[in-house]
Design a protein around this ligand. Structure first.
Ligand SMILES: Nc1ncnc2c1ncn2[C@@H]1O[C@H](COP(=O)(O)OP(=O)(O)OP(=O)(O)O)[C@@H](O)[C@H]1O
Length: 628
């Protein structure tokens, strides 16, 4: 039987190739592409296409008009114009290619590093790029020509260097627009190195603009090359079109055809490149999903201006010895640089979670829940910074570790389930790739082992057809399936701590119940510590052992879940519980679902089976919804 997802997947090839097909469907795209293919073929097969040796001089052919044997006639010294034009195609394209390779090779890695790493790397490379652009290129080219014996290749490399800033700026701005995407954060939490994230996830976003830019740059490189050759600089034994134009220009009045042929070849090729570039730009739209975190930030922006000294004492308490805790934060403060100066948004909080314990962090919007876990996961944005007396993860104080060691520890010890599943999956890669990449790169598994683990995890989280989901792309999944995929990814490295940041907020109510149930099951099965950030006391009642109540960046109260509900120490907690449970539609829905699950469960095995069937049914329902 073909599943709805398989139906989706069958069409994937068409979707992926559709940009190229859409290009060809446009007359401008098809014609320009056809012309360029022809030019490239002429360059590649010049040896066989040219009827004569381009440098062979036959004095009787001097300034000869077109004839059957010499369809474009002879030049001033008696060489066959058609053969020179064909060989000129090769040298002209080679020069353009050389310039582009150098420009891409310098500009793209520098732009990636500047955009992704920021700070000094960004400042220095931007300065170099600006400096290059302010240098008068033509003068440098003349100096290079004089000092390199008029070497064509060295001149084209120099042109490439001057074109690198264009690629640098393009890459940098594209990277800046995606570097804060949730899926990049997710890749960091899974322990992938910066080089790998840049080289695999971020560079994908740059491909399309680079291809478009290269089409336009190739035309510019050819124009510059022809300009130089026209001035008599950089012409080789086999001239390019520019050198032919130079010769033709000298006899323009008597033999205009000698100028016409190379000018036509150059003009048509540059025009085709320009049309192809702009049609490609029309066809390929590089979409940047809206940043989930920035949305959250803007929602709570009104509280960002709280005075920095709102609370100066350490808040919270700990129940376990640091080395025996799964996680321990001591005196954590988070500060943001704002236009009005630094603003402290988390005021020295202290908390811990024991192995196998479920800790809920609750509080109203803007209370500092996310900033707390972002500090733990090392995910604060550039404008934010934290200080802490210590952050213990799996018995190690990570504040004493270097960046790489910390990233490695995160990849092994912590799994992260985010709030918005869709934005946390990289749209450019299949689910299979995204699940196996950290297993291979961080956990050093072979391809086969990683695939087997990913399949097993997908099955464990209730995905009905793991093999098909592995082959699919994020846009082919529903929100519930995507969240299950992310949970599978988070637990596939068998972490000792799972951090779930409002994992059900973006899901509809029935899927919320299933995802919570799944998290609870997995936490017990793998004996993980679970830190769950939520504003919903229903969730707290369902799965938490202990609760941290946050308010305005401080901890209002920490206690056992039962105590927090039966005898909250703080009036604020009491009000929060009342407000949360009163207006919580989702809570009643969750209760109904749980009551139904409990009554139908005759025993543990039967309950497992029921949950699995329910998950399968839900998966099928979601697939149908996606297909619809
Ligand atoms: N980039 C930022 N710049 C300045 N202040 C910020 C930034 N991001 C968050 N804040 C502030 O930090 C405080 C805590 O935000 P946080 O995201 O931790 O809240 P939260 O409790 O997780 O709320 P929510 O449930 O809405 O996500 C808020 O006052 C918020 O305005």
């Amino acid at each position: 039987m073909t599943s709805p997802l398989t139906d989706n997947i069958d069409t994937r090839g068409v979707r992926r190739g559709s940009a190229f097909l859409r290009l060809l469907r446009r007359p401008a795209g098809a014609i320009s592409f056809g012309v360029l293919v022809l030019v490239v073929l002429v360059a590649v097969f010049a040896q066989w296409l040219a009827p004569h040796d381009p440098n062979f001089v036959d004095l009787s052919l001097s300034r000869a008009l077109p004839s059957p044997e010499h369809p474009l006639g002879g030049d001033t010294t008696g060489r066959d114009v058609l053969s020179r034009l064909i060989w000129g195609t090769q040298i002209t394209l080679w020069g353009a290619m050389l310039a582009i390779v150098v420009a891409v090779g310098l500009g793209v890695p520098a732009g990636l590093a500047a955009g992704y790493l920021g700070g000094a790397t960004d400042r220095i490379s931007t300065w170099v790029s600006d400096a290059l652009q302010s240098v008068p290129g033509m003068i440098i080219l003349l100096i290079v020509a004089a000092n390199s014996g008029n070497s064509f290749n060295i001149l084209m490399v120099t042109i490439g260097v001057f074109m690198a800033p264009g690629y640098f700026r393009l890459t940098r701005s594209t990277v800046l627009s995606v570097r804060n995407e949730a899926y990049v954060d997710a890749a960091r939490v899974s322990g992938l190195s910066n080089t790998r994230i840049m080289g695999r996830h971020i560079i994908r976003q740059v491909y399309a603009p680079i291809i478009i830019q290269s089409a336009l740059t190739a035309g510019m490189a050819m124009g510059m090359q022809a300009g130089l050759q026209f001035l008599g600089i950089g012409g080789g034994t086999t001239p390019g079109w520019g050198a032919m134009m130079n010769e033709g220009f000298r006899v323009m009045r008597t033999d205009p055809l000698l100028l016409l042929w190379p000018s036509l070849a150059l003009g048509i090729t540059i025009a085709a490149l320009a049309v192809l570039g702009s049609t490609l730009a029309d066809v390929i739209s590089v979409k940047t999903p809206v940043l989930s975190r920035s949305r959250r930030r803007s929602r709570s922006a009104e509280t960002a201006t709280r005075p920095a000294n709102a609370t100066s004492t350490t808040t919270g308490s700990i129940s376990h010895v640091a080395v025996e805790s799964a996680v321990q934060l001591e005196n954590l403060r988070v500060t943001y640089a704002t236009a009005g100066g630094p603003v402290e948004v988390v005021h020295g909080i202290t908390l811990d979670v024991a192995p196998g314990e479920v800790l809920g962090i609750v509080g109203e919007s803007g209370s500092g829940k996310s900033q707390t876990v972002f500090s733990l996961l090392d995910l604060l944005p550039k404008s934010g910074s934290y200080t802490a007396d210590a952050i213990w993860i799996g018995g190690q104080n990570v504040t004493a570790l270097g960046r790489t060691e910390r990233a490695r520890l995160l990849g092994h010890e912590i799994g992260y389930v985010p709030q918005e599943p869709m934005t946390n999956l990289d749209p450019s890669f299949t689910i299979g790739h995204q699940l196996t990449e950290p297993l291979r790169s961080v956990h050093r598994m072979s391809r086969t082992e990683a695939k087997a683990r990913a399949l097993a995890m997908l099955e464990r989280v209730g995905i009905a057809n793991p093999a098909a989901v592995m082959r699919s792309y994020p846009h082919e999944l529903s929100g519930g399936m995507a969240q299950r995929v992310l949970i599978a990814g988070a637990i596939s490295g068998k972490p000792s701590v799972l951090v779930a940041d409002e994992p059900t907020t973006a899901l509809d109510v029935t899927v919320q119940a299933e995802v919570l149930e799944l998290l609870r099951e997995l936490q017990r099965e793998y004996r993980m510590a679970l830190i769950i950030v939520t504003h919903n006391f229903g969730v707290v009642a369902d799965i938490c052992d202990r609760v941290v109540v946050m308010r305005g960046g401080s901890i209002e109260e920490i206690g056992e879940a039962a105590q927090i509900f039966s005898a909250p120490r703080s009036e604020y907690t009491r009000e929060l519980i009342a407000a949360s449970l009163d207006g919580a539609e989702s809570r009643s829905e969750l209760d109904r679902l749980h009551a139904a699950a409990a009554s139908s469960a005759a025993g543990h095995a039967a309950a497992d089976h029921a949950a699995r069937s329910a998950a399968d049914a839900a998966t099928e329902a979601e697939l149908k919804e996606v297909r619809a």
